[in-house]
Design a protein around this ligand. Structure first.
Ligand code: SF4
Length: 471
């Protein structure tokens, strides 16, 4: 099946035309289907779909088919069930973060999309799969709703038309949002939440950032390891006078818990939310944990935006007081498929993202190539991009990070430079400061996001040595 699936993607033009022909024929016979009764047709339709689509696409009958917008590569074959991919963990050779022997389904999807030219469809945010539709006919759903969820145009220039990019929040910009709108080069840093229930641990770690950063990120079970929760850490940071950016991953909560936590965070005054799909549980110290991935980052963004702007939950139930949120998302321009990354950015903007923080940047040439694509699509006018940087601690640890941390690309020349130096820690710091200097000269970069696990003091030193100290 796997070989057939990849064979089909290589012939995406033919199969896309066939798919659309079937779609039109089925829709054209709607009066007939209605006369027979849609409920009666579900079993025979589902049987036919299962027979044809399982063989050709490895279809798992999610009941809400996206093949017409994914270059004929079924996203339900993604182990994280990302329906708006690719995630940031794709390996350098295009294989899956979780299975080195399987090409990422979204890399295949991009190849199919590039052949068919349906870029507008690719960047349109897709809703999460509904478990109640699993095993049912997707064709009948199209007949029932008489809508095919395709944008008006597949032209690349139509990116701006595909969704309302305008800020439609009922709330005025919060201070962090206002800062990003100014000309100031913004600095955010990551705090590693402690393995402790002691609030003083947050105070001790964050004290290094005083007067140096504009906002502090709190990871949400980063690397799929358990630490103090992002929500509690963010609240403690807020009480200490910092502006928290609460990271929020889909890995550990379903849509009910996610929406409840969004309301809870906003009620506690935490307004900056970074929406993530999340690392696989296999990356952490409890690989036997159950991964949830009910939503992905794009559908989470869309949910949060809907809660804020339209004051209702995903179900349509109204919210009395909508959450005041400034929405962010992650970005990894350093992983394939490189040409798809600006479209993924556009998709996240369309879903509601207002600012982005990238994965670690150790390759400014790759970043510049990405930023020039972003500029040519005018996407830099619709969001703020903060580039991730962090010091390498030693050549050995850099090698380990490159091999074991999903989505991090460290070029050989960086590791060689570390190995050749007399003091590896100092060299890592020097490299980081050089990168920060270079990033300040790249058009479209609004600031930097500093990260390194459990080394807040080192990050503070780097900010001071870079001359980026806040006024
Ligand atoms: S690399 Fe990420 S998006 Fe691609 S198939 Fe694997 S988990 Fe899914």
């Amino acid at each position: 099946m796997y070989l057939v699936r990849r064979w089909v993607v290589r012939r995406a033009i033919f199969f896309n035309a066939l798919y659309r022909l079937c779609e039109r024929a089925i829709l054209g016979l709607t009066p007939l289907w209605r006369r027979i009764g849609l409920a009666r047709l579900d079993r025979p339709f589902a049987f036919l779909e299962r027979m044809s689509k399982s063989f050709l696409f490895d279809c798992s009958m999610c009941g809400d088919c996206l093949l017409g917008s994914t270059g004929m590569s079924c996203p339900m074959n993604c182990p994280k069930r990302v329906r708006n991919g690719p995630c940031g963990g794709v390996r350098s050779d295009g294989s899956c973060e979780l299975d080195a022997d399987m090409p990422c389904v979204w890399v295949d999807s991009w190849n199919g999309i590039s052949k068919t030219g349906l870029f507008g469809r690719y960047m349109t945010p897709r809703r999460a799969a509904e478990t109640t539709r699993c095993g049912k006919s997707a064709w009948l759903q199209v007949i029932e709703h008489q809508t095919v969820a395709h944008p008006k145009s597949d032209r690349v220039e139509a990116l701006g038309e595909a969704e309302d990019f305008a800020r439609s929040s009922p709330y005025p910009p919060n201070p962090f949002e206002a800062l990003l709108s100014s000309e100031k080069f913004v600095v955010t840093a990551e705090l590693s939440p402690p393995d402790s229930a002691n609030p003083d641990d947050i105070a001790a770690r964050s004290s290094h950032f005083e007067g140096l950063v504009d906002a502090v990120n709190v990871p949400d079970g980063s690397g799929a390891n358990c630490h103090m929760s992002s929500l509690a850490s963010s609240l403690l940071l807020r009480e200490l006078g910092f502006t928290p950016i609460m990271q929020f991953a889909c890995r550990d909560r379903n849509r009910i818990a996610l929406q409840g936590d969004i309301l809870g965070a906003a009620a506690l005054g935490i307004k900056n939310l970074l929406c993530l799909t999340g690392d696989s549980v296999s990356a952490g110290d409890q690989p036997g944990a159950k991964p949830v991935f009910d939503l992905d980052a794009v559908s989470l963004l869309r949910t949060a935006k809907t809660m804020r702007d339209s004051a209702h939950f995903m179900s349509g139930r109204p919210i009395k007081m909508p959450p005041d949120l400034f929405l962010g998302a992650a970005l990894n321009p350093f992983r394939p498929p490189y040409d798809a990354r600006p479209f993924r950015l556009a998709k996240k903007i369309a879903a509601g993202a207002q600012f982005f923080q990238t994965q670690y940047c150790y390759d400014t040439a790759r970043l510049e190539a990405f930023m020039s694509q972003v500029e040519s699509l005018q996407l830099h006018r619709r969001c703020n991009i903060l580039v991730g940087v962090g010091p390498l601690i030693s050549a050995k640890s850099a090698h380990w990070v490159r091999t074991h941390v999903p989505g991090v690309y460290i070029p050989d020349r960086m590791i060689t430079r570390m190995q050749d130096s007399r003091n590896e820690a100092k060299e890592g710091k020097r490299i980081c400061i050089e990168l920060i200097e270079q990033l300040q000269t790249i058009d479209g970069v609004s600031g930097i996001h500093l990260m390194v696990h459990q080394h807040e003091k080192l990050l503070a030193e780097i900010i001071q040595d870079s001359g980026l100290k806040r006024s």
